[in-house]
Design a protein around this ligand. Sequence first.
Ligand code: NAP
Length: 583
Amino acid sequence: MTKELYDIAEQPPLGIVPPKMHAWLIRPERFGKPTEAFQQEVVNTPAIADDEVLVYVMAAGINYNNVWAGLGIPVNVIAARNKAGEKEDFHIGGSDASGIVYKVGKDVTHVKVGDEVVMHCGQYDRNCAWVKGGGDPMYSPSFKIWGYETNWGSFAQFTKVQAQQCMPKPKHMNWEEAASYTLVAATAWRMLHGWDVNAVKKGDVVLVWGGAGGLGSMAIQIVKAAGATPIAMVSGQDKFDYCMKLGAKGCINRNEFDHWGMLPHWKDNAGYAKWMKGVRAFGAKIWEVLGEKRAPNLVFEHPGETTIPTSIFVCETGGMVVVCAGTTGYNATVDLRYLWMRQKRLQGSHFANTEQSNQMNELALRGLLDPCLSRAFTYAEIPVAHQLMHDNKHPHGNMAVLVGAKDFGLGASGKPPVAIERAALPKGDVHTTPHPYPMSEPLPSVAEAAAITIADDGTRVGDLMHRGIIACAPDDTLAQVAKTMVDHEIHAVVVMDGSQATGVVSQTDMVLARQGRTSEQARALLAQNIMTPGCATCDAGLLLSEAVSLMTGRRMHRLVVTENGQPVGVLSMTDVVRKIIGE
Ligand code: NAP
């Protein structure tokens, strides 16, 4: 007779599924840091649908996703599923796993009970019209990340997955190694192989950001296997050896450069020249490391805001910058001249489809992909592993936990067809950068907009603005405009062509005009040459919050205020700041 419940690591006879199972659960009432959010519980083993498989989990991979699931931000994954009609009031996370198939649905043909498998984390509705029509499931509105956006992930004795997620486990890997690589490796595979004309090919040069990180360590190996040349970016010399062993031709320490961050304004001659000097020196470093004057055909991106300007600049004409995250920020700046004149591609990429995941796994099966497991934990340590991630104290590389496996190092049953050199991370290497956001973030959609609430105290622009317009003529010199500003103690002057406002000269415009010019050259410039053309206006009746969004969205510090279409005053950021301090 089937036992009601088996202990952890007490494996039920093959194909025997107990009605209950041990699992680590997240519940809304204990959202918070991982050591509090995750609690061990016993729950009913889930039933499976016709296209699904129940896998006895031997080991599970650790990813940031479930740090966020435990915190309940930026989305409460449980509430999101309840809203969609699912009844469970808990979340079982885990988006990477190795295990043994224990039960299959009636439509499942490609795996059977007893198969040793690893799982990719892409789920979708097989009846979705887009998928049925042959479309890439990654574009299906039903696409979800298993064990984050879906329930019944791998932090439990049994996990419920779609059959298409199951892939053969590499025989030469132990359970924890096999559980650790799929999410990052499949993501890297799609980034590098998924974008038609720009897919990596023999002879290409590829710049890989975060070469010692989860994605980067997989990317180096995938690039190398394609016969291309990876160059690894890292933050310290101590990671060079690791990346070289994985297959990098050379490494660059990003801390030797300081031009990172958003682009200077294109009108800022001096700032732009300094940035250009930095990025050119960086380009020269790539040549030095490569041993030839070639630009990367692909740039493998995920830091985002601080590195995208550089990635786009150094990318070869006709090449591609492919990005799957914005770990340092989302508002990446682009000098469009380099994008259009050199016809480069900035391509977004997210996880991978079934076919791509399997193509990646072929590499693992052939022994050509080191899973880069940096640390393995016991089942009881699942919250601790996540807490280390939460505190940014976890090692680089991929981490895994044992679930059904009795001990570390078990489960390997063969030699790799190709033996690659095992790379070891530098001792004591831990993360120093802020937490990456979950790989799937809910994006605001038109339909959801109604649910967003905004606090607003009802202040109108007219309540705060300065009445009266101080103007200059288009052919006034900068010297004249500057005097007007100083005399009136204002930060901007409206340029009036007759009765028509044609632009604004702000203090920033003036300072930018001085950059890279002598004082005489700057003083002789005309208002019409340096003004920000067009006059951003708003009605005096507009809500202050909306006016602020207008200013920040257009990176400006003031608006010309109109009443009945006529300019009557100016609202500046200084006015808003005064209101904040209650002046
Ligand atoms: P990871 O293991 O933390 O590695 C990220 C690497 O980025 C670090 O090793 C670090 O290397 C480098 N880095 C950090 N700050 C940097 C900066 N300011 N400039 C340049 N490089 C910097 O993370 P991961 O697993 O590779 O994931 C990276 C990002 O991708 C995360 O945001 C993750 O959420 C996201 N992701 C997205 C998907 C998807 O499908 N969309 C899938 C997986 C992961 P150095 O300090 O050595 O430079």
